[in-house]
Design a protein around this ligand. Sequence first.
Ligand code: G3I
Length: 469
Amino acid sequence: MRRGNLAAVGVLATVALGALLASPDATCSGGGLVEAAEGSGVATGVALSWHGLTEDKDYASILIKDASLVTLENASKWSTIHHQAGGAPDYQRMDALVDFAEDHDLAVKGHPLVWDEHVPAWLPPDLDPARFQALHDAYVAGVVGRYAGRIAAWDVVNEWIEDDGQPSGAPWFSRLGTDFGPRVSRRVQALDPKAKLFYNDYAIEWDNQRQRGVLDLLQGWRAAGVPLDGVGIQGHMVAGLSPSRAQWRQAIQRFAALGLEVHLSELDVRASHLLGAEFGRELARAQAFYDAVSACVDEPACTTVIFWGLTDRHSFMNRHDPQAEAPTLRDRQGQPRASWYAVAAALRRQPWPACAASVLPALAQPTTAPVDLSAVLAEGLDWRISATPAQAGPAELLLRIARPGRSPRFASLGQSTGPGPILADLRLERLPTRLDAGETELGLVARSPGGDPLALAAVDLRPRCDGGG
Ligand code: G3I
């Protein structure tokens, strides 16, 4: 955001974010999320990446601080193990990753045995279904059998339900036959009786047709005695549009009611669509993580949270959606982001640190100049403002929205008959104007009922944390 001649807060974002990160309740004494999770009843995991482990010298040391479990991000997929046309299976990467995990006492989740996006590219699209099934059976027998006793859990079926709640019509699912889920589950149980078996899917944290479709599917499996221990709710989230803690809890409870263990299995957060200050976008991402992980800690059936990418350098978003912006808990250098501290607080059953104090420092003196919020505010969050005029009496609080070359506009936020602070809630997306990325100045001002400027003596701004968050 461009700096103007408003009451200076140029360094605010740095100061306030630093204060958040340094919150004594939120920090770990040099430890990682594994330490923060102690006593929470929830294990933390990350997607284990071959490229991360082999190309980033800091990867392993960070990983073992944050994870007691790893999901094999790609190494156990059909297309990885059978990447050579007609060739022998290649277990080189999976061998190395499972060895690494065992060397560091990390439980391993294999992922996923059935998914239409990882069919080997060399398989002819018109392959006869019987041959297709035989090849898939050989893949399952090979990979499950080879690592039997070493894999804590398998994602057996991934993403089989569509948005309308119906089973996927993807050609290769149908080539496996409609009962492939139960059939593969039974085979995996026979090959590796100790491994827990999971169904894994996305967008089922919402009360929607997709969630109902998965609930119906798994209820049917349970009724038919199909081996199944749990469900993975992936949790690829969008900041500002992510479920509240209450919504997460409801979703977890619905799957728990089927007698299933629940993992939040692929957590990350996108925020590229949000306009406003990087500071606010960072908090919007952190809130999404905080609500998801808190809900898991709240619910006994939810045992594990798995982050999809150890650091921003290792997120699949770098290929999938390069604009995604900081989707993981750590930046590209491996340093914890506000999201990491939010997760640490959630695991410790502590309030989200961002709600504990104002993100603004105290005003040096009462001022009629707009209190600049440009370095702080962004879309994606509900903000709570408490602004105290210097003198008692009726007052109105306004947000001043200024763009270069245009007269400022004002949005009324709240009024008070005084004395005491004016309380106001603010969500930038709800303003009758759109922000120009990087161009708009946002300031707080107060006026008398007659329109005269009133000095503000104090402004407290923080994310609203009472909405189920
Ligand atoms: O490892 C090879 C590399 O050797 C090769 O040079 C390069 C050339 O393209 O490809 C590399 O493999 C890529 C791999 O990621 C590792 O980076 C694959 O092309 C690419 O398709 C693969 O994408 C993965 C994607 O699933 C598809 O399998 C992502 O890493 C992985 O994060 C993503 O994860 C999925 C979950 O399995 C299921 N839920 C959704 C989630 C996100 O899509």
